[in-house]
Design a protein around this ligand. Sequence first.
Ligand code: ADP
Ligand code: MG
Length: 272
Amino acid sequence: MNVRLVTDEKIAETSSKGNQEKWHDRETGRWYKLDQFGYEGLAETVISALLERSNLETGLDFTFVRYRMERLEVHGHLRAGCSSGNFLRPGQSLVTVNRLLSHSLGMPLGEKLARLPSRKKRVAYLAEATAEVTGLARFPQYLTLLFEVDALFCNDDRHLNNIAVIEEKGRYDYCPVFDNGAGLLSNTQVLRMDIVPPALISSLRASPFQTTFARQRNAARSLYGPQLSIPRLTPGEIEEALFPALEYYPRRDRGIITDRVKTCILSGQRSL
Ligand SMILES: Nc1ncnc2c1ncn2[C@@H]1O[C@H](COP(=O)(O)OP(=O)(O)O)[C@@H](O)[C@H]1O
Ligand SMILES: [Mg+2]
């Protein structure tokens, strides 16, 4: 089934938040994101399918957003993207750590972090100030988990607006892990298809601290301990998770996407 997303016929509502073109369908409550720089929908879908095998919900008691592939008809063209169920109940809102801490500090969070003398102090500040302002005592563990997920799937887009909590009448809760769409080398505009995946992977810098994935993750782990565990994935298991999503992309790109995704995850888990 194709989903028609036509802004001016009011089938769904557009949102200017984030980078990708998005629609929120008020009737079904689903959020739709259109691929923008490459194969973001595939990245979201495959990462959430693989997280299903981890201890994220069963062991750590956090949650993550399930994404699924969509064929979206946009202004007469069929395009690829993904959708997810609304994770906010009525009365709840998403508050990014950027907004939360900049507000309580009275200065931009980015500036405050930049003034701290070491990576470890910056990680500790973000983790512990958020825990203090929200009362979410396990926020340091949640942040560590995000950095582990990002390192595993090479997601370099964990900026201060992709880390958030849920607010409802002044009380806070953990947000499901969301927006892994930049993972798996999905941005083919910047991470060009004619450059070999290992070279692309070493060119990436982890957000929000602009260092390597391993250093960012290890700084958090050395403070709060390892969180994520996931059985070692074989190339065959990665392909199994990947194949249904590949159908949404041109045949000519499927081999190269497969190579990029496999290289990314196999190198991510080697360093785990
Ligand atoms: N499933 C969802 N439930 C509730 N809100 C969502 C959902 N998906 C996206 N949003 C809203 O859209 C914003 C941007 O979503 P995100 O996945 O980060 O998109 P982008 O890849 O464009 O940055 C989120 O901060 C949130 O406000
Ligand atoms: Mg985002």
